[in-house]
Unconditional design. Structure first.
Length: 316
């Protein structure tokens, strides 16, 4: 008989010895997950739930294991404003806002099939709001919200864009780079199957002073290049996946002063929970992987991540 794979919330991990920052999470998406396992009975068995955990539930559980601060990322037209509301209401949150490269393609009216093979599925907002207006909303929210400290995630995604879509992504990326520099904000980069092209834009236009490769997916060579330019690299759950030796090799190239960690929740849940919902409280698994791979103590990694996060985003 086939074994049923657990799709519920993992149990909370052992708390970290020092607090850390989740550099990149999508709480508006995390809050949509309804899954068993958040609460358990006296024997530790998961309790069936009809409602997802609340934001307060998520923030409290994360804090209980040492994840006491987060960067909430709103990267579509609606979540840009939601992010501003969240970070103003919660002291543990700072914000990043942008139009994601894949959202930019839809706002620009591009409907080509990309290498992912999927037919574009635009929503009403993509039909009603042109790309320049969507980016203008990002700029307005970033200017008006002091707790928004970064522009992102922005960049290039060649897996989900065809030839015309890639042109649109590049121009949107350049607009976000210019905005980050104008406002003196950090920038979080989305880079999927487009390493050389992302670097080309950064070198041609001039990268913002604090540039972060979110969910870094490159190899050791790209890591060395990023480090040489003083760019920050943020590692997520994939660094713990068995097949990702190249990614772990890249991690070893990054000095503590340029190293960040993240969940990218609700995606990319750390091993051994791949395929189950992700949330900031599961970040300790990635932090422990970083310590193991780099040969540093867990305390040293936690302290370094905290210090580097404040260097990038300022105080919470």
């Amino acid at each position: 008989m086939a074994r049923t794979r657990d799709r519920g919330w993992p149990a909370p991990p052992e708390p970290l010895p020092l607090p850390v920052v989740d550099n990149h999470t999508h709480l508006e998406s995390v809050l949509g997950w309804v899954a068993d396992g958040w609460r358990r009975d006296g024997d530790g068995a998961p309790v069936e739930q009809a409602e997802p955990p609340s934001l307060d539930d998520h923030l409290a559980r994360a804090a209980s294991v040492g994840v006491d601060r987060m960067v909430q990322v709103g990267c579509d037209y609606e979540s840009v404003v939601l992010t501003a509301d969240l970070v103003q209401a919660h002291a543990s949150l700072l914000g990043a806002v942008a139009i994601h490269p894949n959202e930019a393609v839809l706002h620009a009216g591009v409907r080509e099939v990309a290498p992912d093979g999927l037919t574009p599925d635009p929503r009403f907002v993509h039909e009603d709001v042109p790309l320049d207006e969507a980016i203008a909303r990002v700029a307005a929210v970033a200017r008006a919200t002091p707790r928004v400290r970064a522009i992102g995630e922005t960049g290039l995604d060649h897996f989900r864009a065809g030839p015309r879509g890639r042109e649109v992504q590049r121009e949107a990326f350049r607009a976000h780079v210019a905005l980050a520099k104008e406002l003196g904000l950090a920038m979080q980069i989305h880079d999927r199957d487009a390493h050389a092209e992302v670097v080309e834009v950064l070198l041609a236009d001039g990268a913002p002073e604090r540039t972060v490769f979110h969910c870094f997916s490159g190899d050791a060579e790209l890591a060395r290049l990023a480090v040489s330019h003083g760019w920050f690299l943020s590692f997520a759950g994939p660094v713990s996946f068995g097949a990702n030796d190249d990614l772990r090799a890249a991690l070893r190239e990054v000095p503590p002063a340029l190293l960040l960690v993240e969940t990218d929740a609700p995606y990319l849940t750390v091993h051994p929970f791949r395929g189950r919902p992700n949330a900031p409280y599961l970040l300790p698994g990635t932090v422990r992987t970083v310590a193991e791979v780099t040969g540093r103590s867990l305390e040293d990694v936690c302290a370094g991540v905290s210090a580097t996060s404040e260097q990038v985003y300022g105080p919470w």
